[in-house]
Write a protein that binds this ligand. Sequence first.
Ligand SMILES: [Zn+2]
Length: 202
Amino acid sequence: MEQIDSVTKLIAIYKKLPGIGSKTAERLAYATLSFSDEEIEEFVSSLKYVNEHVHSCPKCGMKIDTDKCPICDDPTRDESTLLVLIDAKNILTFEKTNKYNGKYFVLGNTLSPLKGRGPDDIRINELKDLVSKGTIKEVILACSSTLDGELTASYIHKILSEFPVKITRLAYGLPIGADLEYVDELTIERSLRGRLDMKEGD
Ligand SMILES: [Zn+2]
């Protein structure tokens, strides 16, 4: 006999999550079936809550659930340094080191000729607008050292070179092809401390 329809639907939803294959999705679906009514209620309401309240900060691009951004609206953060990342979730990787007190900017994507992603698919105009205001003295590029990440970094370097701003990149302490998500805090901290000037280094 085949899986009943309602459970098949639930399995299909779990399979949409990253890193979840058919077997794991099936296990998760069956685990959900043994939730109490209260647990189901909590599960559903937290999904609804994030769906209704979590949005990207219009300035930095970080995911927030309030009107104020804990980074952009914090007057103690150094406005002259901007760390540029691909993905919003990587902000926490840097925050955990407690060694960075500047601001952030999330591009939202990498350029990728193979996947058909060009300049219109990243927040390059917002970044240009921000840098053109003149407050920022250093832009640190923290794109992953994947092929697409490298391409994105050199594109941003080219675009921002018309402004009087220092452009640096994370030091090569990071493994080649590493997704920043999987790099430990100490490596991130070292890579940040030993950052290289892109005008000399590249
Ligand atoms: Zn923000």
